[in-house]
Ligand binder design. Structure first.
Ligand SMILES: [Zn+2]
Length: 423
């Protein structure tokens, strides 16, 4: 630094305020660029002239604390800095006097690797690089890539529970399954060999909100009715149990009983008073339930004709739902199928005819959760962009469109957002 202003009392007070050195450096750089007064005023206004720690995203992890899980409750302070470069903050809860790292509840907690390097590993994984590619590009062992992929998968599930626990704007859902495999193709698996139980086909059961391009839920694993049931139940839970405007899926037969089981009403026939066994209770589709499938006709492997078939609901009601939908003009699963393409681009394991295919079942599932759920917050979707009044376009992610975020999250932001399991 040179020039007269670094010796000014503003800068001395500012540098000695205990602020993060990187933040001080960034604001000083801004000042050098001709925004000195604005930068200092911004910093001092935001911090009351003392600190620049924004703790609104953190919360107390102590389950016995009255502020457990409450973000922005103003109960946290920074009590010390630690780490090789004093770059990590130890937080102190005024309510319960507990201390914990700012990394607690993130996949970076306890990591020996530098934050930037770890984020870079996961950035490569979410941009379609395989384990060995990432290992060579970043200069880490391939087991490190797999280990962090597993941690990112766990974080993705927990963070999805925190951030997309309740998606009130979702009005319609498309269901579909995306094929992938682990280790070897299903035809080479031996059903009698327990070692092959976690090899072969692995399907992503996806529930997709076409209006906001939001992945509402994903359940990876074998293509079974149990997984389909879990998927539909998860959507029901995340949408607050209310009736959605329209449900569409392919002709996979497991959806009909799963939807009926989840959304249906149980009718108990009245006792007739006559002798004999009383009639058993049965489930019927409620009046507002609209569910349709698409019947695809293929010729030499290519889809040549798509014919919608209404399973629950009346044709007039489906027509009204389509007219009210901001995106759907016909019954189809086009939006979720387009998302399959995006996910195959983001997840190197699911690229067709690749040597990067998965070799481990758990890592495969973890990377599925990681790429599918980080997509919601970190992946701007071209067709969701909106024109700004001052000209140009504003990029929007599915989470922004669904009202769950106000900006495009960086992967670092997504990875360092702490999750806490509420009681
Ligand atoms: Zn506390």
């Amino acid at each position: 630094m040179n020039g007269s202003w670094p010796t000014s009392p503003w800068i001395r007070a500012f540098s000695n305020s205990g602020s993060c050195p990187r933040t001080v450096e960034r604001f000083l750089s801004l000042a050098y660029l001709g925004h000195r007064k604005q930068a200092i005023a911004k910093l001092c206004d935001a911090s009351g002239g003392k600190t620049v720690d924004d703790l609104s995203r953190f919360c107390c992890h102590n389950q016995d604390c009255r502020d457990h899980g409450q973000r922005g409750a103003d109960n946290l302070t920074v009590c010390m800095r630690y780490g090789k470069h004093q770059h990590l903050r130890l937080l102190y809860c005024r309510s319960c006097k507990a201390r914990f790292s700012e990394r607690q509840g993130t996949p970076l907690f306890g990591a020996k690797l530098e934050t930037a390097k770890m984020v870079s590993v996961l950035d490569h994984v979410s941009e379609g690089c395989g384990v060995r590619k990432t290992s060579r590009l970043i200069g880490v062992h391939r087991d490190t890539v797999s280990r962090y992929s597993l941690l990112a998968g766990e974080h993705a599930q927990d963070l999805h529970d925190v951030l997309v626990a309740f998606s009130p704007q979702t009005r319609e859902v498309q269901f579909d399954e995306k094929w992938a495999f682990v280790g070897k193709k299903q035809k080479h698996c031996d059903p009698g060999d327990p070692a092959d139980s976690e090899q072969g086909d692995n399907w992503d059961h996806v529930a997709f909100d076409p209006t906001h391009r939001l992945v509402v839920s994903v359940v990876p694993g074998k293509r079974t009715a149990v997984k389909t049931d879990a998927l539909v139940k998860n959507v029901h839970m995340r949408t607050g149990g209310r009736m959605l405007d329209l449900l569409v899926s392919d002709e996979y037969p497991a959806y009909k009983p799963a939807i009926l089981h989840t959304y249906g009403e149980t009718i108990t026939p009245p006792r007739t008073g006559k002798p004999g066994r009383p009639k058993k209770p049965y489930t019927v589709a409620p009046a507002g339930l609209l569910y349709a499938t698409v019947h695809k006709t293929r010729y030499k492997g290519r889809v040549v004709h798509v014919e919608p078939r209404i399973v629950f609901g009346e044709e007039d009601a489906v027509r009204a739902a389509l007219a009210a939908s901001p995106v759907s003009t016909a019954l189809n699963t086009a939006f979720v199928e387009r998302h399959h393409g995006t996910d195959r681009n983001r997840n190197g394991r699911k690229v067709r005819r690749t040597a990067c295919f998965s070799k481990d079942w758990q890592v495969h599932n973890a990377v599925t959760y990681f790429t599918m759920y980080s997509y919601n917050f970190c992946w701007p979707v071209r067709t969701l962009r909106v024109r700004q009044t001052e000209g140009g376009w504003q990029k929007r992610t599915p989470a922004m469109a669904a009202g769950l975020a106000d900006h495009v999250w960086s992967l670092t932001e997504w990875l360092t957002f702490p999750v806490v399991q509420l009681k």
